[in-house]
Ligand binder design. Sequence first.
Ligand code: MN
Length: 245
Amino acid sequence: MRILISNDDGYLAPGINALADALSSVADIVVVAPDSNRSGSSNSLSLDRPLAVQQAANGFYFVNGTPTDCVHVALTGIMGERPDLVVSGVNNGQNMGDDTLYSGTVAAATEAYLFGIPAIAFSQVMHGWLHVEDAARHARDIVLRQFDELDSPFLLNVNIPNLPYDQLGSIKATRLGRRHQAEPVIRTQDPRGRELFWIGAPGACRDAGEGTDFHATASGHTSITPLQVDLTHVAQLRRLQESFK
Ligand code: MN
């Protein structure tokens, strides 16, 4: 099996190093990741400049671009053969509910999915890398499980509790929950008195009921959500079609 690994925390992040270590014993891996932390970059492509690809001493490729750039360049420029699977992460912190729209971790996987390649995004529920090697080992188990019951390509979003390996393993298939709107910006000033704004924290859970990713991880389960890219609101479409008949 040939696996492309990317992330949004950058090629030096503990999460991608742990994931590469875990998968290198079971697959031929290629790592192509951003040169710095590009969390929150969603599906952005850099169209205003060329991208430089460098290779680190450990063999990882790093790119001065977004996670989507990395997977795009890897699939169309670096890798001779298409990978069988693309994995992203392990991210430093959860990507659940509305987070999936902003996430670079999910975006890297989505880019592969748009190229017709099955892809899995992995995130740890809490920030700080607690038990990251256990999460990577658990991610390897999920990769090895195969997903023959799904149509290919599939796009899976996986959130793993920060637990030791022997306490992981209970997996729930979930839907995305929803968050409340984000917290307000945090105001600050530069040394010359100019007002600056930090983007605030994501909102708290709003829909975190049974069956959601929030609910599963809150009770110590790993959450797996199958994603799709079509954002069409079918019910609204029907109403508009009635109006514009
Ligand atoms: Mn990140």
